[in-house]
Design a binder for this molecule. Structure first.
Ligand code: AMP
Ligand code: MG
Length: 293
């Protein structure tokens, strides 16, 4: 069977026992166009089941996050960086509220990247990214990221093709250096359909409590839907590496996307095998001193 056809056949269908992470990790030959944005890979339950799984995972994430934080206290130790990309209305904000928002805020460093300001434009595109990297012990979260510099920038010709064309390699090198600092990266693309985006924009126009989220420019961007899909495909082709793979999360069902991203975060924290730091004082001696008070 042709590779593309095989991929299509497998999209959304998984062997039982695969974790959500295994099911969503981008491997060579992955075709975005073949993944149904309404799929729920590696999860057979319903929304209510997902909520139960998420509630249970929250406790484990809390514990692991505290260990991560404790391990970073001496200015050393690992950090995690969750990079979230996706089209307008793909649910990035919901991930921030429902997944990131349940983690102890003291241990989270969140940054939403907007169009670069005048100062940022005077520097190489990775300059503003570097400044927001998490310190040891922190969970850094990027709502948009350096990938905008090969997405919106490519779609709108904001720099010449030779410039954005070099950026994929620069990004891979940069992310390897980020790994060397002890920062473990999770890259997530929220994948929605054009119809679902239309419905979500419609909702923003129908509900006064959602007007604030509506941006007339988002309708103009819909004209470039295909160009964005191509630009995302190029990102996945060129920057999904063994060290720093992409995870494409079908996001037409918001609840599935939130579950999936939470599981990716949990998997990563588990992988770090986090213990508690040793005391840097003599425990017995301190107990004796305390007893004497
Ligand atoms: P939002 O995430 O909806 O608040 O919108 C942020 C906007 O900033 C989006 O339209 C992005 O495309 C835009 N943006 C983010 N990074 C860049 C960048 N490097 N160059 C140009 N536009 C960007
Ligand atoms: Mg927006």
């Amino acid at each position: 069977m042709a590779k593309k056809k095989q991929a299509k056949k497998n999209a959304g269908k998984r062997k039982t026992g695969d974790s959500i992470g295994d099911a969503l990790r981008v491997t060579p030959g992955f075709q975005l166009a073949d993944l149904n944005p309404a799929a729920k890979p590696a999860f057979s339950g319903k929304k209510q089941d997902a909520e139960k799984v998420m509630a249970a995972a929250r406790n484990e994430i809390d514990d692991l996050q505290e260990r991560l934080y404790a391990g970073g206290r001496d200015g050393d130790g690992p950090a995690v960086l969750l990079v979230v990309q996706g089209m307008d209305t793909s649910g990035k904000g919901g991930i921030m509220r429902h997944v990131v928002g349940t983690v102890d805020p003291q241990g989270v460093k969140l940054h939403a990247f907007k169009a670069p300001d005048a100062e940022e434009r005077r520097h190489p595109f990775l300059w503003r990214i570097r400044r927001e990297l998490p310190d040891p012990g922190y969970i850094g979260v990027f709502d948009r990221s350096h990938y905008e510099d090969v997405l919106v920038v490519r779609v709108h010709d904001l720099v010449p093709p030779s410039t954005w064309g070099r950026r994929y390699g620069q990004i891979n090198t940069f992310e390897r250096k980020v790994n060397e600092k002890g920062i473990h990266v999770i890259k997530v693309m929220l994948h929605i359909s054009s119809d679902e985006q239309k419905a979500r924009l419609q909702e923003r126009l129908d509900r006064p409590d959602k007007y604030w989220k509506f941006n007339p420019g988002d309708i103009d961007e819909r004209e470039h839907w295909e160009a964005y899909q191509e630009a995302y495909q190029a990102v996945l082709d060129k920057t999904s590496t063994d060290e720093n793979p992409w995870y494409v999360v079908p996001a037409d069902h918001k609840w599935y996307a939130r579950l999936a991203v939470q599981q990716l975060l949990l998997d990563k924290l588990r992988e770090l095998d986090l213990g508690w730091p040793d005391a840097d004082f003599d425990v017995a001696e301190q107990k004796k001193r305390l007893a004497a008070t």
